[in-house]
Design a protein around this ligand. Structure first.
Ligand SMILES: [Cu+2]
Length: 133
């Protein structure tokens, strides 16, 4: 009986982490950040991410200044699973304000791997991340 309770509480805890994964709970939208080599990368959406179309904004800074005129590609993919083929989408982002923007379509719920490829003055950078929806 004790073992069962422990299992149930572990499962509950697990669900809590899944439900809260990948978001910034302090705002209504979505935002995640990290590094791409020496660059700082923030990717975000004004609204929470949904299955279907999302407008994703990417802000890139180097030494605190926006990195402009870079080629930015936003790639999402989900590995093959039983009953589901490998899925991916790659978008070339457009300049938007001081950053970059693109529509990104998540075709199903689950964990998506995210890669942001940045090219500037012949140098290439990559940011790896993931989101859960
Ligand atoms: Cu899937």
């Amino acid at each position: 009986m004790k073992k069962l309770l422990k299992l149930v509480s572990l499962l509950t805890l697990g669900l809590f982490f899944v439900a809260c994964g990948g978001g910034d709970s302090s705002s209504e939208g979505f935002s995640k950040s990290g590094k791409a080599g020496s660059l700082n990368v923030v990717y975000s959406s004004e609204k929470p991410l949904v299955v279907g179309d999302n407008t994703i904004e990417v802000a890139i800074t180097k030494d605190g200044k926006p990195l402009k005129d870079a080629k930015v590609e936003f790639k999402i993919f989900m590995p093959e699973m039983p009953g589901m083929p490998y899925m991916e989408e790659v978008k070339t982002m457009s300049a938007s304000g001081e950053g970059y923007s693109s529509n990104v379509n998540f075709s199903m719920g689950g964990t998506w791997q995210v890669k942001i490829y940045i090219e500037k003055d012949g140098k290439k950078y990559k940011h790896s991340s993931s989101v859960i929806l």
